[in-house]
Design a protein around this ligand. Structure first.
Ligand code: 0PR
Length: 361
């Protein structure tokens, strides 16, 4: 095989990053293990218990319950499945701000459940009045996002919990990306802060684990039991995961990263990333672009389509929000030097755009 993976030196919009060296090493050692068959692979299965205990500590959950998923998509699908199976309604619905990740569309489609999208406010957070107006007796689940994909915003989680409670629905918090930075902020987002029933929190994003390592946590083990099916020919008797064979590499790398970095390493990483985001937001603002305040290490700015395309043509791996803003996620591999070089390219493009082309003839 000739081809090499891409370098990270121009990757600015990904929510994945270079794994921590300890995570990389652990992934390699556990490559040929399957936590989906704990009877045959007990060591990686024990590691998965460690992963859930560590994730629970990060998310303020006293009694660890959950499993390492293939990513945020699987965790979100499973959370919707728990709520659907627990609901008494014959036509249950899920209420979510429109800032929620598109994995919930997949969940709704797969599970045959109605997804009610409600607007966000001017700060891109769930509009509580709109959520209140959308829930009813058929609502099985209210979703809040703690670190949105497009703007890095945190929904008012305790208030969403109260609304969910008022109609006997569950509350799911999608902290797939935000979960490893929020512990170092003042936001109320976790099991200790609010009546959260289930949570997505992904080591393979800000957690610096190898892909695939997502996380699903539940307030109590009986919520996970909603997912369990019998497994007659395995030594273990039931399975609550969506996939069967799973990545032992992901599980081991998640434990290695969290043991190495929680809490001091993640705290320092958050401070670095947040500083970088504020520096970038400032640099873009000074150049006259409208910038959404980086409340977490993610910057969105109104850069014209032509400039965006020219930056992509220069090799910058950038993406856009649904409304077309440039989006930069300050992941651990994103350094100040990278951002300075990005701004340098932007300045050169703008100079060229503003200087009339003079031909020699
Ligand atoms: N929830 C939130 C809040 C997310 O941002 C994402 C992914 C998910 C759930 C789904 O997680 P998985 O992708 O692990 O299933 N958000 C990124 C996105 O869709 C995923 C991503 C990651 C995209 C790396 C590109 C990339 O290079 O934009």
């Amino acid at each position: 095989m000739q081809i090499e993976p891409q370098a990270f030196d121009r990757v600015l919009s990904s929510m994945c990053t270079e794994p921590h060296p300890a995570a990389r090493d652990a992934a390699e050692r556990f490559l040929a293990t399957n936590p989906g068959d704990p009877g045959t692979y007990p060591n990686v299965s024990a590691l998965e218990d460690d992963a859930i205990a560590l994730l629970s500590g990060i998310a303020g959950l006293d009694e660890p319950a959950g499993y390492v998923t293939s990513g945020g998509t699987e965790a979100n699908i499973q959370a919707v499945r728990i709520a659907r199976d627990r609901a008494e309604s014959r036509s249950p619905n899920v209420v979510m701000p429109e800032s929620g990740h598109f994995s919930f569309q997949k969940a709704a489609d797969l599970l045959g459940i109605e997804l009610r999208l409600v607007p966000t406010d001017e700060r891109h957070r769930a509009d509580l009045e709109a959520v209140r107006a959308s829930v009813d007796d058929d609502t099985a689940l209210v979703v809040g996002v703690a670190g949105t994909t497009e703007y890095g915003r945190v929904d008012p989680i305790p208030e969403l919990g109260e609304i969910a409670n008022s109609v006997d629905a569950l509350l799911h918090v999608d902290a797939a990306w935000g979960g490893f930075v929020l512990p170092f902020t003042d936001y109320e987002w976790n099991f200790g802060h609010a009546a959260v029933d289930t949570m997505t929190i992904d080591p393979h994003k800000m957690g610096q684990a190898a892909v695939p390592a997502g996380g699903l946590l539940a307030r109590s083990p009986d919520l996970l039991d909603e997912l369990a099916v019998d497994t007659p020919y395995l030594e273990s008797t039931s399975q609550a995961t969506l996939t069967g064979t799973r990545s032992g590499a992901g599980v081991a790398s998640a434990v290695a990263a969290m043991e190495e970095l929680w809490p001091g390493g993640y705290r320092r990483q958050y401070a670095r990333s947040q500083n970088n985001a504020e520096w970038l937001a400032d640099a873009l603002e000074k150049r006259g672009y409208r910038v959404a305040d980086p409340t977490l290490p993610l910057v969105a700015a109104d850069v014209p389509r032509s400039t965006f395309d020219a930056l992509r043509a220069k090799g910058w791996r950038i993406s856009r929000t649904a409304t077309g803003e440039l989006r930069v996620v300050c992941m651990p591999h994103v350094t100040r030097e990278m951002l300075a070089s990005f701004i340098g390219d932007l300045d050169r493009l703008e100079v060229r755009a503003s200087v009339p082309v003079v031909s020699d003839d």
